[in-house]
Design a protein around this ligand. Structure first.
Ligand SMILES: Nc1ncnc2c1ncn2[C@@H]1O[C@H](COP(=O)(O)OP(=O)(O)O)[C@@H](O)[C@H]1O
Ligand SMILES: [Mg+2]
Length: 224
């Protein structure tokens, strides 16, 4: 089997991911609000030498932040897909393969995959919405494997351990070859990233990082 190399996120996560995102797998970064998920999506987008498809479901893509992190030159090669409802998100994911066939894409980011899903669950059919979530994952999984385009999805977790959370976690765990958990710490702006699932890295490998003006920086010299 051919060695594909990795796409660096240009964050300390690269250290615990042996270089970055696998090109034939979904990487799922999850954690509470403010843990750094969007920052990682922005940094990986800036680091990608080719075009990036960026699906923003919560309006959290900030031009100002993107520029702060050195993204000015990269802006022209971001294909930004804003979605506002679960239905829009579903349709957008369903047509991704068509875009990928036409354009030379080096990364797909979905930030986040589940916030509209959660809103939809409140109002609509539980089973159908879960099926749609699994379908979106399966489409992303097919694209990453067929086109060798890394897929980075973020997943906000909530403290309430309810059934909704368990179901979406099960679906996420099934489809994501890599799971990275982000945790906040007592120190302002410091976070910890922990590998929770990976094809070639031990579970539990972790690193501490700081969110700074320019981007994410490792705290200390060694991985924890
Ligand atoms: N210029 C900056 N300098 C330092 N920290 C920043 C800067 N911009 C954003 N942050 C921090 O990033 C955090 C939000 O990260 P974000 O990636 O949006 O989290 P998430 O997507 O997990 O909710 C906030 O704690 C915020 O203080
Ligand atoms: Mg975010």
């Amino acid at each position: 089997m051919q060695e594909l190399g990795k796409l660096a996120t240009n964050t300390p996560l690269d250290k615990i991911l042996n270089g970055g995102l696998d090109r034939d797998a979904i990487t799922n970064v999850y954690g509470p609000a403010g843990s750094g998920k969007t920052n990682i999506g922005l940094s990986a987008s800036i680091s990608c030498p080719e075009k990036v498809i960026y699906i923003d479901t919560e309006g959290s893509f900030s031009l100002e932040r993107f520029r702060q992190m050195g993204g000015e030159k990269k802006l022209a090669s971001i294909i930004m897909l804003d979605v506002h409802t679960w239905d829009e998100q579903h349709k957008t994911v369903m047509k991704l393969e068509k875009i990928v066939e036409k354009e030379k894409i080096g990364l797909i980011v979905v930030d986040s995959l589940v916030n509209l899903y959660r809103l939809e669950l409140d109002s609509a059919n539980f089973q159908q919405t879960n099926r749609q979530l699994a379908t979106q994952y399966s489409v992303l999984s097919r694209i990453t494997r067929k086109f060798k385009i890394p897929v980075l999805v973020t997943n906000q977790v909530y403290s309430r351990g309810e059934e909704i959370e368990l179901t979406s976690r099960m679906i996420a765990r099934y489809w994501s070859k890599t799971l990275v958990e982000l945790k906040k710490t007592d120190k302002e702006n410091c976070r910890i990233a922990i590998i929770r699932k990976h094809r070639s890295v031990a579970e539990g490998r972790k690193i501490e990082f700081e969110i700074t003006e320019k981007g994410l920086k490792q705290v200390g010299i060694f991985s924890l």
